[in-house]
Write a protein of this length. Structure first.
Length: 61
């Protein structure tokens, strides 16, 4: 799975858990196509909210 697809899928999972500001910040980073930064933001948010993600989404080989 490519990083862009992973970020988009994680964003959908995280959206109900993030406040408006956090979601907007993630969206801005995604619009700027900073996929590595967006992915790191997603992983940090998932960890904070105790959301388990598959290895495919975390891009673990």
């Amino acid at each position: 799975m490519d990083i862009q697809t992973a970020v988009q899928q994680i964003r959908e999972t995280l959206a109900p858990h993030l406040n408006d500001f956090s979601l907007e910040m993630l969206d801005v980073v995604m619009m700027d196509e900073e996929w590595e930064i967006a992915h790191a933001m997603c992983l940090e948010s998932a960890e904070y909210h105790h959301i388990e993600l598959s290895d495919a989404l975390t891009l673990v080989p």
